[in-house]
Design a protein around this ligand. Structure first.
Ligand code: ATP
Ligand code: MG
Length: 277
């Protein structure tokens, strides 16, 4: 009996050991998965920067051409008014270049970063600066309805990536000649800021809709002529960013008519909205 008891104790000790080692394996696996997820987020961020590099290189070429042509014009003409016009154009082009550089640098900063009070309207305007030439190339008209909104608590770099992904998807769904409508408004009832990106592109079939936020789900055969699309990581990254910001996303789509992504962010509380002195 005694022996039996001892054996039972040993059994339960062995079982405990097993459970412990199983728990250790599970913790190791959890850590490993968390580490991989972290790396994937990092890769998504770098891929977004890589895609932007091709867009911005073209844009910089346009800026340099403008600067070169107006510098030549200013040197050829000695009169004040032509020189003033040339210098103003050069200054505008250089300012645009500086703006693009700072946006790309902001996007490539690692870590989802600190959360700060963010004006979503400014993020929309910045995203459109980055995508302006690309949207023109595909003859896409952008309509904006951006009212003054309260600040939200967020990461400027992540929110910028969210917008770039949504606008790029909208542009790809349209293919060519269409309209993207971007709305930012305050919804007093829920005290939230609502961002809507609506396109009149292909729409999403009912059977595809439940999968669009899955990692690696894509209906695109590969990168398009602008080097974008086809990895199926865009919307899963968007979902992560929205979750990090305690936001909610809603999709409405009709095949042949278009799609609208609406995201609701909670307004920053009074103490969050005041940046530390
Ligand atoms: N505005 C949209 N209109 C129609 N379909 C869309 C739209 N946005 C997303 N989709 C669908 O959802 C899928 C997943 O989108 P997601 O952005 O995650 O990946 P992707 O655009 O295919 O590739 P990438 O990783 O380069 O963004 C797309 O392949 C497309 O089928
Ligand atoms: Mg995409």
């Amino acid at each position: 009996m005694h022996t039996c008891g001892l054996e039972t104790d040993r059994d339960s000790m062995e079982a405990n050991e097993k459970t412990k080692s199983l728990e250790t394996v599970r913790t190791d696996q959890d850590r490993w998965i968390a580490d991989l997820e972290q790396r994937l987020v990092q890769c998504e961020r770098l891929a977004a920067v890589g895609e932007l590099t091709s867009t911005t290189t073209h844009e910089f070429n346009n800026i340099l051409m403008t600067i070169l042509n107006y510098a030549k014009l200013g040197l050829r003409h000695k009169d004040d008014s032509t020189r003033e016009k040339a210098l103003t154009r050069i200054l505008d082009a250089a300012n645009r270049g500086a703006k693009i550089t700072s946006l790309v640098l902001g996007l490539s900063r690692t870590g989802s970063g600190n959360f700060d009070p963010i004006d979503l309207v400014a993020i929309v305007e910045d995203s459109l600066v980055l995508l302006e030439k690309e949207l023109q190339k595909y003859r896409i008209h952008v309509e904006k309805e951006l009212s003054g909104v309260p600040v939200i608590q967020g990461s400027a770099g992540s929110l910028q990536r969210l917008l770039l992904n949504l606008i790029t998807n909208a542009r790809q769904a349209i293919k060519e000649n269409g309209t993207i409508r971007i709305i930012v408004k305050h919804e007093p009832k829920t005290d939230s800021v609502v961002l809507t990106v609506r396109d009149n592109g292909s729409g999403i079939p009912k059977e595809v809709l439940p999968k669009i936020f899955d990692r690696f789900f894509t209906t695109k055969s590969g990168p398009d002529a602008s080097g974008k699309g086809g990895t199926g990581l865009g919307l899963s990254a968007c979902k992560q960013i929205i979750d990090d910001h305690r936001g909610r996303i809603r999709v409405e789509s009709t095949v042949g008519k278009g799609t609208a992504f609406s995201i609701r962010f909670p307004v920053a509380s009074a103490s969050q909205a005041t940046p530390a002195a």
